[in-house]
Design a protein. Structure first.
Length: 349
């Protein structure tokens, strides 16, 4: 059996045909001769890439960045072939598993012994890093799922977009394809119109992304200025709706420049990315329409608006837009509980 150590630069190890213990011993020796903490490069697989080879790799959505990155690079090196990924440590989502291997007591003993022989810092963590080997990363049933290269890049993007290792996939969050997301957009559009009392109003929508919400809002008769600082999302939004009423301003720039006064600012699902909620104080509007998950509203938004924000803002309405629901994150591959969305209305004092 030939094993390619993707996270160690693509070095190849030939495992002996004898028992599992001997194979594990060889693999531990090979894995210990490099530095798994270094950023992996695309492996030069050579003869390992022959037709008929079975490809196995780390999950590109693994919470451990090095493992996820090596899984992504394996997908790129596979030349379009499907790769079978270990579920690994990816607790945000469940996966459509196509192969599972329950481990009995003997196999678990071999596995735990191998883990205990890894460099100690992988189990203890060091220099502020979290341990790589914890209970959640040592399951008693090994599970695997298969992906094509595009799906692997999509999964990696959803967790590691800020690292810039992959291009933005089409409609990354399924805003145009997921029944849940389409319902959320439709419910938000109806709620905004109701909160404004009709359509003869101006709205600024920061963080409009690809325009999945902007389009229905404009189609309902509202005058919407969409802002999107991300270059690729802004290009897609422009292709979809044109460049009129489109800017690259961040929420912080909108607050500091104050050059887009409006009847309302629609802050739809963007507070997860905002460091300081008080930025809303300087927005040129007297009406905030906010949507977010119930959990985030309770943990972050309501404490601020009932604390530091109460001097300038008063609550004027709350409405459940969509309840939580199970939904695919990547169609047919990974799914999770979508947290639902609630709309909050705040007026300036």
């Amino acid at each position: 059996m030939r094993v390619v150590l993707t996270g160690l630069g693509g070095r190849t190890a030939e495992l002996p045909p004898e028992g599992l213990e001997a194979r594990v011993e060889r693999l531990l020796r090979e894995a210990g001769t490099g530095d798994p903490a270094t950023d992996p490069a695309v492996p030069a697989l050579g003869s390992a890439a022959e037709d008929g080879a079975v490809w196995w790799a780390h999950n590109p959505a693994d919470w451990r960045a090095e493992q996820a990155r090596s899984g992504l690079l394996a997908a790129r090196a596979a030349g379009g072939r499907p790769v079978r990924y270990a579920v690994g440590h990816a607790g945000h989502s469940q996966f459509a598993v196509d192969r599972a291997h329950p481990l009995d007591g003997r196999l678990l003993g071999i596995k735990l012994d191998a883990l205990n022989r890894l460099p100690p810092e992988l189990l203890s963590g060091e220099g502020g890093r979290q341990p790589q080997v914890i209970t959640a990363t040592a399951p008693s049933c090994e599970q695997f799922f298969s992906l094509g290269p595009g799906q692997a890049e999509h999964l990696y993007y959803l967790l590691y977009a800020p690292l810039g290792h992959v291009e933005v996939p089409p409609d990354p969050w399924g805003l145009d394809t997921s029944a849940y997301e389409r319902e959320r957009v439709a419910a938000t559009t109806r709620w905004v119109r109701g909160a404004l009392g009709g359509t003869d109003s101006t709205v600024v929508e920061p963080g409009a992304c690809e325009g999945a919400l902007t389009g229905p809002l404009r189609a309902s008769g509202l005058t919407v200025t969409a802002t999107e600082p991300h270059d690729e999302f802004r290009r897609r939004l422009a292709r979809r709706l044109g460049t009129t009423g489109l800017t690259a301003d961040t929420l912080e720039e909108l607050a500091s420049k104050r050059h887009f006064p409006a009847d309302a600012y629609l802050l739809a699902e963007i507070f997860y990315y905002i460091d300081d909620i008080s930025v809303v104080d300087d927005l040129p509007t007297d009406l905030l329409l906010i949507t977010s998950s119930p959990e985030f509203i309770e943990s972050s938004l309501l404490p601020w608006f009932s604390g530091p924000g109460k001097e300038k803002w008063r609550p004027a309405g709350r409405h459940t837009l969509v309840p939580p629901r199970m939904d695919f994150l990547v169609e047919g591959v990974a799914y999770q509980r979508k947290r639902g969305s609630v709309g909050l209305v705040y007026r300036r004092n």
